[in-house]
Every structure is written in C-alpha cells, then in structure tokens.
Design a protein around this ligand. Sequence first.
Ligand code: WTA
Length: 661
Amino acid sequence: MSDEPEEQDVRLEARLTEQDTFEPSEEFVEQANVSDPSIYEEFEDEWPECWEQAADFLEWESEYDEVLLEDDAPTYQWFAGGELNASYNCLDRHVEDGRGDAVAIEWEGEPGESRTYTYSELLAEVEALAATLRELGVEEDDVVTMYMPMIVELPIAMLACARIGAPHSVVFAGFSAEALATRMNDADSEYLLTADGYYRRGDALDHLSKTDEGLADVDRETTTVVVDRLGDELEHELGEGQYDYDELVAEHEGESVEPVPRDAEDMLFLMYTSGTTGKPKGVKHTTAGYLAYAAWTSHAVLDLEPEDTYWCSADIGWITGHSYIVYGPLTLGTTTVMYEGTPDYPEKDRFWQIVEDYEVDVFYTAPTAVRAFMKWGTEYPEKRDLSSLRLLGTVGEPINPRAWKWYYKHIGGEECPIVDTWWQTETGGHMITTLPGVCDMKPGAAGPGLPGHDVRIVDAKGEEVESGRAGYLTVQKPWPGMLRTLYRNDERFLNEYWIEYSDPEADEWVYFPEDGAKVDDDGYITVLGRVDDVINVAGHRLGTMEVESATVGVEGVAEAAVVGGDHDLKGEAVYIYAIVEDGREPGEDLEAEIVEAIVDGIGPIAKPEQIIFTPELPKTRSGKIMRRLLEDIASGTDIGNTSTLRNPEVVEDIQEQVSDD
Ligand code: WTA
C-alpha cells in the first residue's frame, strides 16, 4: 500500500460510514398504502385466505367459492367459481363510481403530441372496438394477436378483447415478422391488430410491411385491423382482409357492449416468452388470479392510489407493460402514462420532461435505463422539476448498487424509496421486493419475498443453502398471479418449472424460476441471474437457442454457441462463437449475414455485441460445449482451470480475438 497511514484511516472510515441500508422517509411511510409490518405474519398465518385481500380489489359478477384449489397441483386454481370481467374492472366500475372524468391514460408520442383519455372516453372506445371485433367474427375464446407499438390503441385492443372474452396475445413490435408468424401459428390466431408504423428517434418507421411479411407465413386466413399512426408520413395500402381501425371504430361509435362474465380461471391472455429451447413458450394467465395479483401488487408495492399519475416506461409488448401499465393501474383507477419513444429523443432529458409535465408521482423503469441516465450525467435530470416523485421502481434485471444510489440521489432526491422488483412473465406480478412503506432498502438486493410467499434458496438436492451462498431460487407456495400452464403444452409446463419433493417438511410442489440467488441474514435476496440458457439483454429476455438457430441457418455456418457476456450498459450482451464451413471465408460479409438472419428471425434486440469465428468450440471430453467458459471469455473474467477440456488450445485463440475487438 502506497498511501500514508492517515490517508488509509480516512479511507477505512469512509468504508465504515458507507451507507448500505436506506430507510424510507417518515413522510413516505405515513402515506403508504401498506405500512404495518405485521402484514408478513398475517399473510403467513392466514395463508391462503390472505389472498382474499387481492380478490377484494376486484368487482365480481359472482362470488368465488374457494380461494385456492390444490387438487391438480401444480395446476392450481384461484378463486374458483367466481365470475368477472377484466375490462369491467379496469373501466366501467370507475365510471359507475363517478370517476368517469378522471384521466385513465396520458399518452405522449415521440414527436411531442399528446392524447388524454378519461375513464369514460376509454370505455367508449373499448366498447366501439369490442363491437367491431365481434362484427369481424371474433368469438369468446378466440386468441387475438396484437403487434402494435406504444399507442393508446394497444391497451384499447387488449381491453376490448377482455370485454368479449377473447384472450389476447401481444407480440412486441420490435420482434421480427418471423417471430410474429411463429406466435400466431402456435396460438392458431386468425385476428391481428397492428399499426402502419411508429416513430423512433425522429424517423417514421414502417411497421405494416413487416406485418405483411409475417402474415404471409401464417397458416390460417387472417383478418387484420390497422391503426393509422403515421398519417401522411407514410402512405399505406390495405390488402385483402385488412381494415382501417378508425373507420371501423367510427361505424360502431356509441354502441354499448356488455362485458362478458368470465370464469375466474378463464384465460385473460397469452404471452410468449423465451425459454431453454429455440421455441418461445406461451405463458397462460387467467382472469381472476392474474388481475387480482396485478392490482394487489400495484397497491402494496407501487403504492398506487387512484389520484396518482404513474409512469412505467416499459413497452406493453412485455409482461411489465401488461401488469403495470395496463391491468394493475387501471384496476385501481390510477392515471397511467404511456410514452411512444426513446429516452434520448430529442434530448437526453426526455424522460424527465415527461415526469415534469405530467407531475408523475411514481416512476418505474429498467436498470439498463438507469445506467444510461448515469452515463449521460446529472445535468439532464437537474434541468427538470422532479419534485412530484414519491416512489421509484426498477424491474427486469439486477440493479448494481452504484446505479441504485445514483437513481436514489439524482432522480429521487434522496427522498423516494426504490423498489427493486424481481418477477417474471410467468409470475404475473412482483414476487421479491421490499414493501416501500415497511422495509429498509439494501441496494443490490431485491428484498425479501412479498407477504404470502415462501421463497428459499436451495442447492441441487433441494436443500436450503446457508445465507451468503449461491443457490437456486425457489418459490414454495402457489400465488394467484402464477401462470397456469404453457399454452397447449402442459407437459413442458410441468417439466420446466416444477419439482415434486416427497419430503413432508417441504411443500410438495416447488416452483423453479431458473434464477440463481443468495440470501442474507435478514432474508434479503440478491438475484444472480439466469441459470438456464436464457440471457437478459437490457432487461429483455432472450433464448440463446433462438439466436443459435438463426445463426446456424446462415449458409456457411457449421456450428455456433451463443452466450451472454457482461455489458456495462445492457447488463448482458449477446456473444456468438461460430465455426465456419470449409470453403467459406469468415469475415465482415459473413458477419453481416448472421446479423441480418438474427434481426429477421428475432428482432434488433438480439443483435450480437460480437461474433467470434473460431475453428473449434471448447468442449469437454464428453463433447459438451463449455458455455460457462465462453461466458467468462466474453465478460473478460478469469476463466480458471481449462484442464477438463478436450481441446484447451482453442481457448487462447478465442480470448485473443475477443479482446482485440
Ligand atoms: C430477471 C420481467 C434481478 C430474472 C418482469 C427473471 C430480475 C427474468 C429482476 C424474467 C430483478 C427480473 N432483479 N433479475 N429485479 N427482475 N429479473 O420474464 O432473471 O421478461 O427470471 O419478466 O428477468 O424476465 P421476464
């Protein structure tokens, strides 16, 4: 050590005073929806009846008989016997309560225009679209696909489907034509709502051509409704079976469509997500359990009140947008903000301009965004008045303590608690996080399991590991928002998520989210990332197998291994190691072809950070690709012992290539 002793003392002191636990302010706690710590005990003692509290956020057409049915575990049923309608719960009830003039959605387009929908206006348009869909032939239980950007017509379409009992399947607009076709075919979906385009960083993007390309690969005859988002910016023509949204809705303006009573366990929507195989899986969510859980977590974790203006910057094409832009906030009667574009257009203060203009109370975003804000510097948030903020949240990936502290200080002004929410497409809503009015916060750790949850970190044998040690995250009790199955694939549902233990001490069925984690002595869980072949790029979930299959589809590529490597901004990025067939030159041309194949097969979010051509992949003696090693090389971390490899000589060569770029 070169420092003088006094300097060393100062540095040690600084470490001691480094604050690693943050308390919510008294002011926040006083007004919080949940502030009594006894909720944890109460939910434990009264499980599963505690979840009636979630059901109480809903208006029921007929009461349920049972909170939980476990007969067919792990296919559980929640609130069985009850009947309700999700669109009624998000709209009519508020209008009937005299809140028809309250704002439901504040929408801002990237070029700067805005649209405000009150609950009455939203209901009217949902009814007109529901009537339209019926006229087009949509019946109860038909799966309707949406391939739409962040425009108000997307939540309107979801709610119109919910109203007539047609489950929706929203496909992220950034996904490719091929991804659209795969999902429509898997769901046998014959109806599609889409848009001509949208704005990205000032450009009008053509979305309809991509839609048409996808539709060409759909097996069934389809009916498509197209929203004209771009007006004169982009002329478009409608083909056979395609209709203009505005025209149809105008024809049905003023019509009322009664909300169809749905059984509690009826499917509300399907959401395709990435898994271990190359084929995305259709996660099935139900009407009552999902909606109750989205509402309860919005109340308890996001602390939403009907009077709040709340903004979640996710895209509705992901589960976060479903639960926490649409269903949770609207069930509670809150004002939910939607923004079409990127955070750095026209300037890097765009998000803070939105917070200022709409006086946003609660803001929910991804750690990737926080890391970008941090990189851009404090001058952007400092230009704006952020004093309306009361609570901040993050979702989708781990947040590193440095980014957490930056967010806390520069966005929250050291006054807003932060909820770091761990959950998944499959869980429907938050699972592990602090309750902001109850718990202290520890940057980097999501928090304890929410009340009513039994979350444990176990080893490969299912035994709990000591605190501080890494293990597998498990959830040992069912919860209302859980997925019920994978669409038309009960077997995969069972195999991928559940393990049955015969130990009478443990609950019989245990849910495996496929994440690694550790827990500290206070029960705070730090999520360490996926343990399956899924990577998390900028909070977006990608299957490495999907990227691999697109890569090996390129002529001249013999074999490929795709892994996630650490990335300063995105958390993880895609790295491709590819072996080229004899006679094909590895080089820029082939790289470009691979990138194109990935963009066509999945979408731009899956673009690789680097493609490394190699004559061989490192393999174990039994011939398995050493992915862990490839990940370490991509991340630039120590690769440790390579003696178990059949071909250790390739490692150095690969390492050199990665660090050269
Ligand atoms: C990761 C997004 C750490 C995790 C809602 C999970 C997180 C996957 C967090 C699900 C968090 C999500 N801390 N990791 N707060 N939130 N993850 O289905 O690996 O798109 O399994 O759902 O994201 O991604 P999905």
